[in-house]
Design a protein around this ligand. Structure first.
Ligand SMILES: Cc1cc2nc3c(=O)[nH]c(=O)nc-3n(C[C@H](O)[C@H](O)[C@H](O)COP(=O)(O)OP(=O)(O)OC[C@H]3O[C@@H](n4cnc5c(N)ncnc54)[C@H](O)[C@@H]3O)c2cc1C
Length: 377
């Protein structure tokens, strides 16, 4: 590589891609970041957008901003293929970009499990524009029910924001969470499942357990137990998959399409993956999709590239997950952080404090910090 500066190409300008770009900044190399979207977004507060306590401008930032601050070149484009044998990335418009080192940080998107009518007509709560559309939809009225598919963190949190909003708008629509297992938050400790279920009941949110969504047509949600919910809006929080999946890239991966990486985050000689795109650990039990591992993973991949360029041995990535909070729009949140139980407003504020800390601009941070107060009005 002597004489020529190494070209590092990052796919994806989410938390993983941007923390990688940040870690590469100041090193004598050329960094380019490609994203199909012109802005980066703060996904953990998307339920607040749906409920109306935050606006798009509070949680999305044009990628040109970190590009000029951190010193990478931003290209807007949708990556369709990677030619690993030629070290090239191909976009939808067939333009190609060469790289010496690649960081795959293309994140995740809703998995509609081949339910075409659901994909076409539901709100998959993983993008700020969809969250804005959902918010408009709640205003427009004319429906009897809002069905939230999936009783995981995102589904439960979103249901509480929607319910709060509907109550404030004096709309009578019923909010129902449809969850295949016997309880919401099935991956959480028992006490969180119990407290969250009780809080949902107190907020007037119904839980339809042991059922899946099997179809959605003409605003009728069809469930696997043959029941139907008519005149309903459908919010999809039932599953996520890798955006640029392992199958498409012809690489090893898990059932969500997250790329299997070695312990140094490499999946090819000169290619690394981080964030939601990467399956870190065993395929059936890899690290969950969450910010702490995403941010540290992006930086770690970048640091290993710098080590490779300098002829140093690569370092093993040892991720740690400090825990989680399930934020509820009425302030009664629950979580476990470093093994300590947190609940109520303390847990709520912790969630927004961390979100604000990871975000850009004083005004947006203040808006994020004060979102639970607006949601709770
Ligand atoms: C509603 C919701 C709430 C969440 N709440 C929390 C929380 O409270 N705490 C927590 O820790 N985590 C939370 N998460 C998870 C967290 O947001 C993710 O783990 C994190 O955003 C992953 O970052 P990433 O950079 O890997 O991917 P992403 O954020 O998905 O970014 C990937 C980027 O790649 C781009 N991209 C994708 N495909 C292509 C392509 N083919 N070509 C070009 N660009 C492409 C996308 O446009 C995107 O900008 C939440 C997620 C959701 C959806």
């Amino acid at each position: 590589m002597s004489g020529k500066r190494a070209q590092v190409l990052i796919i994806g300008g989410g938390f993983a891609g941007l923390s990688a770009a940040q870690a590469l900044s100041g090193h004598p190399l050329d960094c380019m970041l490609i994203d199909r979207c012109s802005f980066t977004q703060m996904r953990p507060v998307l339920p607040d957008i749906a409920g109306g306590s935050l606006r798009k401008a509070d949680c999305s930032v044009p990628l040109e901003r970190p590009a000029s601050k951190t010193g990478f070149r931003f290209v807007k484009g949708d990556v369709s293929r990677i030619l690993f044998n030629r070290n090239r990335v191909v976009l939808q418009d067939n333009s190609e970009y060469a790289y010496d080192y690649l960081i795959l940080a293309s994140g995740s998107e809703p998995d509609f499990f081949s339910l075409d009518t659901v994909r076409e007509h539901s709100f998959g709560i993983a993008h700020v524009d969809v969250a804005c559309r959902l918010h408009e939809y709640l205003f427009s009225g004319g429906f009897d029910s809002i069905v939230v598919a999936g009783g995981g963190y995102t589904g439960v949190e979103t249901a509480t924001h929607i319910r709060k909003r509907l109550v404030r708008l004096k709309k009578n629509a019923v909010v129902t969470i449809v969850e295949p297992s016997s309880s919401v938050l099935k991956n959480s400790p028992q006490w969180i499942q119990a407290c969250a279920s009780e809080n949902l009941r107190a907020m007037g949110i119904e839980v339809h357990a042991r059922a899946r969504i099997s179809g959605y047509e003409s605003e009728t949600v069809v469930l696997s137990d043959n029941s139907r919910i008519n005149n309903a809006g459908l919010v999809w929080a039932a599953g996520m998959k890798a955006s640029l999946g392992a199958q498409r890239l012809e690489c090893m991966g898990n059932r969500q399409g997250r790329i299997a990486v070695h312990n140094d985050l490499r999946f090819k000689e000169n290619c690394f993956a981080a964030g939601d795109a990467a399956c870190i650990g065993p395929a059936d039990a890899c690290f969950r999709m969450a910010l702490p591992v995403t941010v540290s993973g992006g930086a770690h991949a970048a640091n290993n590239i710098v080590r490779m360029i300098n002829g140093k041995p690569l370092v093993e990535f040892r991720p740690s997950d400090p825990g989680f909070v399930v934020p509820m729009a009425n302030g009664r949140s629950y979580g476990e952080v470093y093994g300590v139980k947190v609940r109520g407003w303390g847990a709520t504020l912790l969630h927004y404090l961390i979100s604000a800390y990871r975000w850009y601009g004083t005004k947006s941070r203040i808006r994020i910090m004060s979102s639970p107060l607006r949601a709770c009005r």
